[in-house]
Design a protein around this ligand. Structure first.
Ligand code: HEM
Length: 372
């Protein structure tokens, strides 16, 4: 007899159950998706209060959809963190491909989340007022999954704007989940460790012997020479950028969100020489992290505008200053800005130092042409 991939006989051979060609034990759409649970999870407060407000169903479903996508985002981010937690990411194995692919999926989901605000904005402020007061003190503040996403990406507690708002608004069980995410190595931290282990740079004196020298005194090691070229590219008003260059790439800073100098140097090198095939994926990785920051900020901005439109200057149902809090979070909650900052130190492609031949070959992808 023929069996399909799941080792089940094809439907035409199945006995009929209550007139249906499906076996009671076979996978069935409604059960697989647990639609009974999902479609019975909307209980508008306005109905409970005996004053049904039509738009509350939309409000609930939009929020639930967000939370489902948040769950998917965490699923992706945790798998990427797992890949980056290995001793060494194998660049010849699918690891890097998978990590970049999944990060791009997170970016695609965030795009959907930004656009989903359009749907909620079809609710007018007056429609919202029909049930808004019934929601107090619940608020988006209590979206612990959102806070976990921020923590998993790399937002530290001390970087949070008005930290105590969320601490005081979550119940102990959810607060502990956020705390736990904050204690684990974040994606930012793991990417930093990966950058510090940059392969290819097997000539330590060429890569590491980095010390500022007087202009013109080229030292024959990469970063000293690069610093000199960078200095040449600065206008008179920009000369103090050199101080910033040394802080980021040589001395380091303990400010939250900053990368170590070793990681900053690798990331800048990847940005500069990304045309080499071996640096393409690492470049895409860094670029996608910047996309995530931008999309999160875009979401915050759209959410803030929606809030302003819905409630003006009134305080939020969660009791915060409403738009003032949201503006602060928008400005302060960038996670990968250390990568964006590195673009300050780019110079024109045509002026880049030429890499040693051995390194060019290691970064390249070329076959010797055989004589026919
Ligand atoms: C009518 C629509 C909405 C209004 C008027 C609104 C209003 C607010 C306000 C005023 C805050 C600040 C905290 C407070 O005092 O409550 C807030 C925070 C928040 N809201 Fe909304 N919101 C709306 C829709 C949404 C939706 C659809 C989501 C999707 C999950 C969402 C997620 C959040 C999150 C995650 C925060 C915390 C943001 C942060 O801490 O940076 N909100 N919201």
């Amino acid at each position: 007899m023929h069996f399909n991939r799941c080792n089940r006989p094809p439907y035409r051979n199945l006995p009929e159950v209550n007139g249906s060609p499906f076996m009671a034990s076979s996978v069935y759409y409604k059960n697989y998706l647990e639609l009974d649970t999902l479609l019975n999870a909307q209980h508008p407060e306005s109905e409970k209060a005996g004053k049904p407000a039509h738009d509350e169903m939309l409000f609930i479903i939009v929020h639930q959809t967000y939370e489902l996508w948040f769950k998917q985002i965490l699923h992706e981010l945790n798998s990427i963190r797992h890949l980056f937690s290995q001793q060494a990411i194998n660049d010849n194995a699918p690891d890097m491909q998978v990590a970049v692919h999944r990060l791009k999926r997170v970016a695609a989901i965030l795009q959907v989340l930004v656009h989903q605000i359009d749907v909620l904005e079809t609710m007018t402020p007056l429609d919202f007022l029909d049930f808004r007061d019934l929601l107090r003190p619940a608020s988006g503040f209590q979206s612990y999954q959102f806070k976990i996403i921020e923590a998993v990406l790399g937002l530290k507690f001390e970087q949070r704007f008005e930290q105590n708002y969320y601490v005081s608004h979550l119940r102990p069980e959810e607060l502990e989940q956020v705390r736990q995410a904050e204690r684990q190595p974040s994606l930012l931290h793991l990417v930093q460790l990966w950058l510090e282990r940059m392969p290819f740079l097997y000539q330590p004196e060429w890569w590491n012997d980095y010390h500022p020298v007087a202009p013109g005194n080229e030292a024959g090691n990469f970063w000293t020479d690069y610093r000199w070229l960078y200095q040449q590219s600065l206008s008179a008003e920009e000369q103090n950028n050199l101080e910033f260059f040394d802080e980021v790439l040589l001395r380091g800073s303990s400010a939250p969100g900053r990368l170590t100098p070793a990681a900053s140097r690798s990331a800048l090198f990847i940005m500069l020489y990304r045309d080499f095939p071996m640096l393409q994926l690492p470049f895409q990785l860094i670029n996608t992290l910047l996309d995530l920051d931008e999309l999160m900020a875009l979401w915050r901005y759209r959410h803030l505008n929606m809030v302003q439109r819905m409630i003006g200057s009134r305080i939020g149902t969660g009791g915060s200053s409403g738009k003032h809090y949201l503006k602060g979070a928008l400005e302060r909650h960038y996670i990968f800005s250390a990568f964006a900052e590195l673009t300050t130190f780019l110079i024109e492609r045509s002026r880049l130092p030429q890499l040693p031949l051995q390194l060019q070959q290691a970064l390249g992808y070329s076959f010797e042409r055989r004589a026919p």
